[in-house]
Design a binder for this molecule. Structure first.
Ligand code: NAD
Length: 414
């Protein structure tokens, strides 16, 4: 039977595995699982052809006991409220794992940006921002980019928010450098995934130099992860995305692949430095390290059994279903969860917010040095939980996060 996938149920099952270890009471679980606030908005937009179209947008604020809520905005045809809830909840646990003073939120608009003009995207972003403006802000909830949104989108969010609030660059992160963005933010998530992969290889006894890496997704996260792992000596042997797959057992020229993708509307298909292969078989390619860095819910009961990697590092959010997680655990594949692996992005978003509040800016070296310190600490904090409880890295990361959020909530009152 095909596995039923609901990302929010999935995250809550991951939560429960950690809550069981901590002996957390059912009433506390209910408080910590339930989003604090959910906003759904209708977004009527005058399209370029003169028609009026109504889009649907969401902002879910999951938990804010440790600080302002924080999370990206996704533009995608498959965005629905339960997905946004799941992603908001993951942000609560992610910010707690890296111990930065934020809670968790997420936003999304159901739309297909590939079929929209720049003008339509700007109108949509501004309308969405205006309609959620009463619940966001530097001390409430700070959006950032996610799938199909970028620094330009964040510039529109800042500008629209500023119409009423005045200049408030700390209301959003992932902005262009010229508007108060942080050095290193664009590369930060991929840099963090590479640092976590290196640390995981260290404890698992995998030699990173020469290790074969396979990636799904070569957008922001996938391309920078590949760049930094390549610089650390690993070999990127296969990459698949929405346009197809390319592979080369000797290792691909990652810089040339990035240039190809830039020149070919974001797709790896047709890259001359490798042979093409069926992208649907990406998870079954031979490698030591597998990195999903595209969408959620892609590693399922159906394909988990075919994974050959020893280590899987989740660059994407929620790529693995619970059923697949159990298969991988039983097969002995170590999975480093999203809430640890891809937390470098929100960590540098935190740095951007700090710099905006102080109007005092750091150079890229300083940003990367501080990011590395936080990511290494988080990896070893999670590793300690794994050793203490004899659990997976996912459950270890949830245990760490649940303890931190629960303590903060207890001290503030329910
Ligand atoms: P992106 O839009 O830059 O790239 C998305 C990639 O996924 C592209 O390579 C695209 O081709 C690929 N893709 C899309 N549909 C696909 C399909 N059906 N099959 C195979 N590949 C497909 O997005 P991104 O910012 O790199 O985000 C990727 C993932 O990482 C998402 O899950 C996102 O939530 C997560 N994430 C992103 C950040 C960040 O800072 N950008 C931080 C944390 C987590």
């Amino acid at each position: 039977m095909t596995e039923h996938i609901n990302l929010f149920e999935n995250v809550n099952r991951q939560f429960d595995e950690a809550a069981d270890i901590l002996g957390m009471a059912p009433e506390v679980r209910e408080v910590l699982k339930t989003p604090y606030r959910e906003v759904a908005v209708a977004l009527p937009i005058r399209m370029d052809d003169g028609s009026l179209k109504v889009f649907h947008g969401y902002r879910v604020q999951h938990n804010g006991v440790r600080g302002p809520q924080k999370g990206g905005i996704r533009f995608h045809p498959e965005v629905d409220l339960d997905d946004v809830r799941a992603l908001a909840s993951l942000m609560t646990w992610k910010t707690a794992v890296v111990n930065i003073p934020f809670g968790g939120a997420k936003g999304g608009v159901t739309c297909d940006p590939s079929k929209m003009s720049q003008h339509e995207l700007e109108s949509l972003t501004r309308r969405y921002t205006a309609k959620i403006s009463m619940v966001i802000g530097p001390n409430r909830d700070i959006p950032a980019p996610d799938v199909n949104t970028n620094a330009q989108t964040m510039a529109w969010v800042m500008d629209e928010f500023g119409r009423k609030a005045g200049h408030a660059p700390a209301c959003v992160t992932g902005k262009p450098i010229e508007l108060g963005g942080s050095q290193g933010r664009e590369a930060a998530t991929g840099k963090g995934v590479a640092i976590i992969t290196r640390e995981a290889c260290g404890v698992l006894g995998i030699e990173l130099k020469g290790a074969r890496v396979v990636l799904q997704g070569f957008g922001n996260v996938g391309s920078f992860t590949a760049k930094f792992l390549d610089e650390m000596g690993a070999k990127v042997v296969a990459v698949a995305d929405h346009t197809g797959g390319v592979r080369n057992a000797k290792g691909m020229d990652v810089k040339a692949l990035a240039a190809h993708v830039k020149a070919n509307k974001g797709g790896v298909a047709g890259f001359s430095g490798g042979e093409s292969f069926d992208a649907s078989t990406v998870f079954a390619q031979d490698c030591e390290i597998l990195i999903p860095a595209a969408l959620g819910g892609v590693i399922t009961k159906e394909n988990a059994g075919g994974i050959k990697a020893k280590l899987m590092v989740e660059g994407a959010n929620a790529p693995t279903t619970t059923g697949a997680d159990h298969i991988l655990r039983d097969k002995g594949v170590t999975v480093i969860p999203d809430i640890l692996a891809n937390a470098g992005g929100v960590t540098v978003s935190y740095f951007e917010w700090v710099q905006n509040l102080q109007q005092f800016f750091w150079d890229e070296d300083e940003v990367f040095q501080k990011e590395e310190k936080i990511m290494e600490q988080a990896f070893h904090d999670v590793h300690d939980k794994v050793v203490k409880h004899g659990c997976t890295y996912r459950t270890g990361a949830f245990v760490l996060a649940l303890e931190r959020v629960y303590k903060a909530n207890l001290m503030r009152g329910w």
